[in-house]
Design a protein around this ligand. Sequence first.
Ligand SMILES: [Zn+2]
Length: 591
Amino acid sequence: MAELKDTWDLTHMFESVKAWRDGMDEARALADELAGMQGTITKDADTLYLALQRNDKLGEKITALFVYAKMYFDQNMANGEAKDIYESADSIYTAIAEKLSFLEPELLELTPEVFAQYAQQNEGLKLYGFMMEGLFEQKNHIFNQQIEEILSKMGALGNSFEKIYDDLTVNDIIYPEITTPEGEVIEVNNNNYQIALNHPDAAFRYAFFTKLLGVYGQHINSITSVYYGSVKNDVFIAKSRKYESSRAMALSGNHIPEDVYDNLIATVRKNAEPLQEYVTLRKEVLGLPEIHFSDLFVPLVPGIDRTYTYEEAQKIVLEATAVLGEDYTAVLKEAFENRWIDVYPAKNKATGAYAIHSYGYHPFSLLNFTGTLNDVFTIAHELGHVMHSYYSNKHQPFVYSDYCIFTAEVASTVNEQLLFDYLYKNSQSDAEKALLLCNQLDNIRSTLYRQTLFADFENLTHKMVEQGMPLLPDVLCKEYRNLYAIYHGEDFVIDDVLAYEWARIPHFYRAFYVYQYATGISAAVSISKKILNGEADAVEQCRKFLTSGGSDYPINLLKIAGVDMAAPQPVEDTLQYFQDVLNELKPLLKK
Ligand SMILES: [Zn+2]
């Protein structure tokens, strides 16, 4: 049983469930008030200001209600009361969103000129300038009600491709069985994928992998058709909304220049050599005559036996991030000491780890700490999110307090990098050093190289459809195989089944999303390098970034942190860093 101090104190948000229910009534009342303004919100400056203020207040309230309910539920998913309020939070959320669906179209009746005039008449409106700018930009891609209705229905139809894919691959396909070297019969499915590919027996890994991808191969015609449908839908919506391309549409929301995407692919392709060198090193260290995809995940060095108590882990994370300043350390300590964190696994508690926040309250984090090295990294990671939210909430008005996915993983990954550096400098043995270096390499391989390969592939498929070419199984598999050859080099054996791997990746049904993993880690590695090299202003810039929330376009926010993601530099730096880590690892493995 976890001690109270290692669980959340949810009274920091609501005194009791009764107080939560009262909060729900307040939210309903706020929504009604705002709904009552329908048809009038743009009539003059003061009414507009009132509506936007009410909308913020409601947003604040409803997020808090939702966050509390989710946390209460995640602590003990068998708790009936928690389940009940979580479900009501969910349904009220939907109901209110529906009731207020008039808001955005009505705001869009304004023009930038009228809004500017209003902002002269009511100073308070200046706050909403950036938000309105984003809305006005969308306006060029929004049409009359009849077309909008059709497009929205098409959008709903478009979502069915992902649903079909999930149904096929999760529910319908019957996966074969395999016997592990330990004599256990397991199913060759995606749940067992990680364990199997980490198994020390190369023949078993290979058999598992070829069987699994073979299953996708057997269904390659259906999966191609579903994927083709999904890409056609992306292209259709983008064209109808008068975007230059489906990629332009996907990137426009956060104002990401398309150069960012092209630079990423070009830079990674140009710097594939370190990855290829790593592939060759793996082959040598694992003592394999040939290296296959199934050999890319197994740990190169044995794990260390050491475990950490939660107190030790706290101390390590505090010391590793101390470079970010006294104030940072003080808030982190408060998070540890003041029950912001639910630490240990428990019966019926949610698995995994996350950070969560709502405006006006401190953030919280859920962990399932068991004392492994990985768990220490998870603390650094999740507390990175906590601190980013803490500072953004403190320094931004509600409307700009939330950061978007493009910047979301930067603070957490910077912390992981600082932790790596600290542990590496304090490591006791070559074995520990080698383990840490290998973790770094595998992390960058799977987040930067691998996700860029995916980004490269979806870029190709969308371009093909935009040029009127059909997506056929043979063509997709050939293109995919070709990408593996470009990225992984000559030592790497491309098995025939590897060409089916694209069919296993659910993220492809969310087009132009995964590149953000690659840019995120690149930004984080660049920022942490600057900090660790003691570059002037590096800490200050990073601290300023943490306070910036969503107050500007993500590219501009990262410039505050000292990285220009529109230039190839951060990606180049990260790939150079990969090479440096590799050079450091090599002599340790040969000892
Ligand atoms: Zn994260």
